[in-house]
Design a protein around this ligand. Structure first.
Ligand code: IVH
Length: 677
């Protein structure tokens, strides 16, 4: 192997290499959506870098990939002036509006041949990222367009934002990128799903969720959300860097920024209109919500000639798609019981077509939301449907309130099992307190089977009802005991579908520790935390026996999460559940970490520590040696490579001397750790 001939890396070199690799993988994963390594491998690289930075804090830099986790909360937002005003765009709502815009452009330029760039208008928050000497150092929200709020640490947590750009791309070293911070529909749904479980208020749409995640004083909150930054402008000293918009988009992409690939250069307004029409229906299938299309004159010289009105650029306009809204009657409110026992009111609507889809139910989130809307049963309501998101009730149409409209109150007992319901003083959600409430069990099963959790396809709500009500399934673990003949006896189940379901359940045994942890539905433990826990502890047993302090050793696990995990595992019924899942043969170990030992300066060496070192505690010295690939043994033997001796060494030193083992002091150890001799 070439590694044998190559000199060992110094710590500084290894840190740089890890950063380079991590940046490349972040770009592959978050920008290009083409990962080359598994999540576990990525986490292992990141953990290794964290470990080194913990041991050598003087080497931490703000552009290190480890710095995306967010820091302590701040008091308020500072305001900074923008380098040039962030303007908004005039809106067009019809083909006529668009033709009128095109006429003004052509008249203004005195030519009939104009080239436009069309970009999707992502529905998020416009945000500015500034770079100095190629490194990210400041981020501002739009604010009032003249002054923006400083959100540097928050933006830093967004994985698709490059923290430094390659110098080879010829642009000024000090520049600024403008773009949109957005959240995918699926991240939004997962976030709301988790918030609902936890009794927190829900976000109305992905845009609000993105705003609520970026404009927070605690950047650790931003870090825990999945946001993206899409770039569309490149400026230096407040002025565009390149002579046209199409060049700008290409250059931004080359610099490593995420650019929405669905942009197009159009010759004239008719081609532009076809582009807009073609996205009208397709926009529902995008991962992100868009509310329109932005049409920009491609050529910068032309943009300069047209200039601005008092409010908007004359060289660009936003075409807005009609919102998918409708009015209908609220027939009633049904109360559903979730996995954590949370009671969720659902609006039962008189069916109405919204953007071509019939809608008969809409989410109402919780009692506070009903009060905020001032909603009464019998009211006319305005509803909105965006993409796959559950339809939302926007407002009550007051003028149409009928006399018989009546107020709604949350039930005093669980609508499924009749037990008492309770609401914590600081929460908005009422919960059923009965641990054996069948509704909770059904929801737990649904959560467990979901895609992204245990991926048991075909285990939908109707089937779960039957498993619980007819087959007597009482825990998640019972799923693994189901026999084909039991399944075949259920409604809508043939021999084939029963066999298929069994296969799916069988296959789910191999999903691994992270998924099982997620599947348990521990409060505050979402996908990311579950994965971190799995990689950190490696087995369910280690996780179960970890105390709060050990849990909090994971950077992103704070006291609240640690407590929730402890509470979960100290509950005997949960311990019992895990024992049953184990007995059912579920894989409860993480994928092994893969870090080639050849890259570590101390691999193959065994150390023994004795006495007190001036700057290292024994634990720190052990961690440093292990992080560098070495082993630490409790006592001296022929296999010992070095003994590290501090003040007041014990008998180990004498023994080492008798065996002719090399003795190191702290500074010699440090040199070794650094890759020297
Ligand atoms: S260009 C002077 N391009 O839409 C031109 N804006 O009202 C400024 N937006 O505040 C904007 N996607 O938040 C531009 N590809 C895109 C966009 C975009 C979304 C937002 C942006 C801006 C608003 C325009």
């Amino acid at each position: 192997m070439h590694a044998m001939a190559a000199p060992a890396e110094t710590v500084a070199q290894e840190i740089e290499r890890l950063r380079r690799e991590l940046r490349r993988h972040e770009h592959l994963y978050y920008v290009l959506d083409q990962p080359e390594i598994t999540d576990a491998e990525f986490d292992a690289l990141m953990n290794r870098l964290r470990e080194l930075e913990r041991l050598y804090p003087e080497r931490v830099t703000p552009d290190s990939p480890t710095q995306r986790v967010g820091g302590a909360p701040r008091e308020g937002f500072l305001k900074h002036p923008h380098s040039s005003p962030l303007r908004s765009l005039d809106n067009a709502y019809s083909e006529q509006d668009l033709l009128a815009f095109d006429r003004r452009v052509r008249e203004g330029l005195g030519t009939d041949s104009v080239q436009y760039v069309l970009e999707l208008k992502l529905d998020g928050l416009s945000t500015v990222a500034r770079y100095r000497a190629g490194k990210f150092y400041l981020a501002l929200t739009r604010g009032d367009g003249e002054f923006g709020e400083e959100v540097t640490e928050n933006l830093r947590t967004i994985r698709s934002l490059p923290l430094e750009v390659p110098a080879r791309e010829k642009i000024p070293p000090d520049f600024e990128v403008r773009g949109e911070v957005v959240m995918t529909r699926s991240a939004f749904e997962n976030l709301n799903h988790e918030r609902q479980r936890e009794g927190l208020s829900l976000f109305a749409n992905p845009r609000n969720a993105a705003a609520g995640s970026l404009r927070v004083l605690d950047s650790r909150i931003t870090a825990s959300r999945r946001l993206d930054f899409f770039a569309y402008y490149l400026l230096a000293d407040g002025q565009p860097v390149l002579p046209c918009q199409s060049e700008t988009l290409k250059r931004l992409q080359a610099l490593g920024f995420k650019v929405n690939p669905e942009w197009k250069v159009c010759q004239g307004i008719h081609e532009a209109w076809s582009f807009i029409e073609s996205w009208e229906a397709r926009r529902e299938k995008l991962k992100f919500e868009i509310d329109g299309v932005v049409i920009k004159l491609d050529d910068l010289a032309g943009q300069r000639r047209l200039g601005y009105t008092s409010k908007f650029p004359r060289w660009a306009i936003a075409y807005k798609y009609a919102a998918r809204q409708a009015e209908t009657e609220l027939l009633g409110i049904e109360v559903q019981v979730g996995r954590t026992g949370a009671l969720t009111p659902v609006a039962i609507l008189k069916p109405v077509a919204v953007g071509g889809v019939m809608v008969s139910r809409a989410s109402l989130h919780n009692q506070d939301e009903i009060e905020r809307l001032g909603l009464r049963i019998g009211d006319w309501v305005k509803i909105e449907r965006s993409g796959d998101v559950i339809p939302q009730v926007l407002e009550v149409v007051r003028e149409k309130r009928p006399k018989h409209a009546r107020e709604f109150h949350m039930p005093a007992a669980c609508p499924v099992c009749g037990s008492n319901v309770h609401r914590e003083p600081d929460e908005v959600v009422w919960r059923c307190l009965n641990a054996d409430c069948p509704a909770k069990l059904k929801e737990s099963l649904r959560h467990f089977a979901r895609r992204g959790v245990m991926d048991i396809d075909g285990l939908g709500p109707a089937l779960i009802d039957q498993l619980v009500d007819r087959l007597g399934v009482r825990t998640i673990a019972d799923l693994y005991k189901l026999q084909p003949e039991q399944l075949q006896a259920l409604e809508h189940m043939g021999e084939k579908s029963a066999a298929k379901l069994r296969e799916q359940i069988e296959a789910s045994r191999q999903r691994g520790l992270g998924r099982v942890i997620l599947g348990l539905g521990i409060r505050h433990v979402g996908e990311r935390t579950a994965r971190l826990l799995a990689n950190h502890f490696g087995s369910m047993d280690k996780l179960m026996s970890a105390d709060q302090e050990q849990l909090q050793a994971i950077e992103e696990v704070g006291p609240q999460i640690a407590l929730a995990i402890r509470n979960f595992f100290s509950e005997p019924s949960n311990q019992d559940l895990i024992a049953r899942l184990k007995a059912a043969g579920l894989r409860m170990t993480a994928e092994p970490r893969r870090l080639p030992p050849r890259e570590l300066p101390l691999s193959g060496l065994t150390f023994v520590l004795t006495g007190t070192l001036p700057h290292f505690t024994r634990e720190e010295a052990t961690a440093a040696i292990e992080a560098a690939g070495g082993k630490v043994a409790p006592s001296v033997s022929k296999k010992t490579s070095y003994i590290v001796a501090g003040e007041d060494p014990g008998s180990k030193l004498a023994k080492a001397q008798s065996l002719d083992i090399k003795i190191l002091d702290e500074s010699a150890l440090r040199r070794l750790l650094d890759g020297g001799n």
